[in-house]
Write a protein that binds this ligand. Structure first.
Ligand code: PEP
Length: 230
């Protein structure tokens, strides 16, 4: 299974160091086949050591240059970062990242050989229209995206389940993942949206779920390690 922690705009360099120390202590008994990713805020990127991969939540599609407030390859290289989240619904919504911009970023980081966790997800009004509308919406988020890329992991994250405490049901995850798996040629597919210790077993038991992308419940090393070890 894949367990990815998205800290969003939480944690500092200091608290990330403490988090990683605690995680390393707790994960001594983890299944060696499980793969862990941590996405701290950019200010807390570092060359941390442990049985996990550190990635960046966002970066600009450039080596360096005049892009005030952004970071590019030069800054990521300093810490050996080769993994990136692209297409998260919060960036699409709050930072106005259009599908075109998301696709440009994807192509740039694909060409750099990055491992990309590519996020897709539908808003509630689309889910309420029914499954056909959901799939149409989700598949449109593959426009301009090379889903055959060898280093892609896809994360299905229904927007209405992110940070709300309300996970999608087993039935909703199961039917959506089954349809998505066909569309993505069986690439690794994560579920994200209020995954937590209380529901992790149920979610990871669903066919077509290869892991989880976790926000809130990943902020605490104890809760995240409980999910990994459960
Ligand atoms: C996310 O934002 O990727 C996420 C899944 O958040 P949460 O676990 O808090 O719903």
């Amino acid at each position: 299974m894949i367990f990815a922690a998205n800290f969003k705009t939480n944690h500092t360099r200091k608290s990330t160091e403490l988090y990683i120390r605690e995680l390393n202590e707790k994960l001594g008994t983890k299944n060696p086949e499980d793969k862990i990713y941590i996405f701290p805020p950019s200010t807390a990127l570092n060359a941390y050591e442990g049985d996990f991969t550190v990635g960046v939540q966002n970066a600009y599609a450039t080596q360096n240059g005049a892009y005030t407030g952004e970071i590019g390859l030069e800054q990521l290289d300093e810490f050996g970062i080769k993994t990136i989240l692209i297409g998260h619904s919060e960036r699409r919504e709050h930072m106005g990242e259009s599908q075109e911009k998301v696709a440009t970023k994807f192509t740039f980081f694909r060409e750099q050989g990055f491992e990309i966790i590519y996020c897709i997800g539908e808003p509630l009004y689309i889910r309420e229209k029914g499954f056909e509308a959901v799939m149409q919406y989700l598949l449109a988020q593959f426009d301009g995206i090379d889903i055959m890329y060898e280093n892609i992991i896809i994360a299905y994250e229904p927007i209405w389940a992110i940070g709300t405490g309300r996970s999608a049901t087993v039935e909703e995850i199961s039917t959506t993942h089954r349809a998505l798996k066909k569309a993505i040629n069986d690439k690794p597919l994560l579920y994200g949206g209020s995954a937590k210790p209380a529901n992790i077993k149920e979610i990871t038991s669903i066919a077509g779920v290869d892991g989880v992308l976790v926000g809130s419940a990943s902020l605490d090393a104890e809760s995240f390690s409980e999910m990994i070890l459960s």
